[in-house]
Design a protein around this ligand. Structure first.
Ligand code: BTN
Length: 231
């Protein structure tokens, strides 16, 4: 993928979901790289039908229109965000970014491949106060604990990292992902399999060594992180 990401940019003080705005723009012909950001969302969406909530002005809320991508798109995005989060960041397949075992960023890719576009939505808890998460997210959600003034530089860094990871060779991306794979050696539970994370294959699928020793490749779906194995 080539070209400049982040232009044109539409910034909204409040919107339901930046993914919705970006989808509308994509459907009406917005070019590859078009960026929508917001200070606040009133109906932020997560994966698996979940909501994504963040206090106003504390999180990076962005959606990017893409018109060129490969099957690793959603993994490339998680990796790019982990690059910016920095040392200690890991990626829980396919694209949750964790710090100290807590999710600090999520990625929601939605699209109409038949119309030639996808929207990459990213939420990062850059400056969310640690005590502001609802009780049900305690111990699960985390924050980078930065100042609000770091939101714009963080956005710039994410856009640069996305450029780099979108342009990266598949093998390079997969090697980098495997190095920050939060599920490697961890107990994982998927709808159809229980086992231990055994890496990421050449197609970007999660490998799980199941309890009977067979290695299963998972394409998508919810993967729960269990407790570390006693090895
Ligand atoms: C997830 O981890 O479940 C994905 C969360 C994605 C949240 C971002 S915030 C910006 C963009 N707009 C949305 O409504 N969702 C994504």
């Amino acid at each position: 993928m080539t070209g400049s990401l982040g232009r044109p940019r539409l910034h909204l003080r409040v919107t339901e979901s930046t993914n919705d705005r970006a989808r509308e723009l994509a459907a009406s012909g917005a070019p590859h790289g078009t960026l929508v950001t917001a200070s606040m969302q009133t109906a932020g969406r997560g994966r698996q039908g979940r909501t994504w909530v963040a206090p106003a002005g504390c999180a990076l809320l962005m959606s990017l229109v893409v018109r060129e991508w490969d099957e690793l798109l959603s993994l490339r995005v998680g990796l790019a965000v982990a690059d910016v989060v920095g040392s200690g960041a890991s990626v829980k397949w396919p694209n949750d970014v964790l710090m100290s075992g807590r999710k600090v960023a999520g990625v929601l890719v939605e699209g109409r491949p038949q119309e030639g576009w996808a929207v990459v939505g990213v939420g990062v808890n850059v400056a969310v106060p640690a005590g502001s998460f609802p009780p049900e997210l305690a111990g699960i959600a985390g924050t980078l604990g930065r100042d609000r003034g770091e939101l714009e530089p963080f956005l710039d860094a994410v856009v640069c990292a996305l450029e780099k990871r979108f342009e990266g060779e598949r093998d390079e991306v997969l090697v980098a992902l495997r190095a920050v794979d939060a599920l490697a050696g961890q107990r994982v539970v998927h709808s159809s399999v229980r086992g231990v994370g055994a890496g990421i294959d050449a197609s970007g699928r999660l490998l799980v060594r199941s309890e009977n020793g067979a290695v299963v490749a998972l394409d998508a779906g919810e993967v729960h992180l269990g407790t570390p194995t006693a090895s």
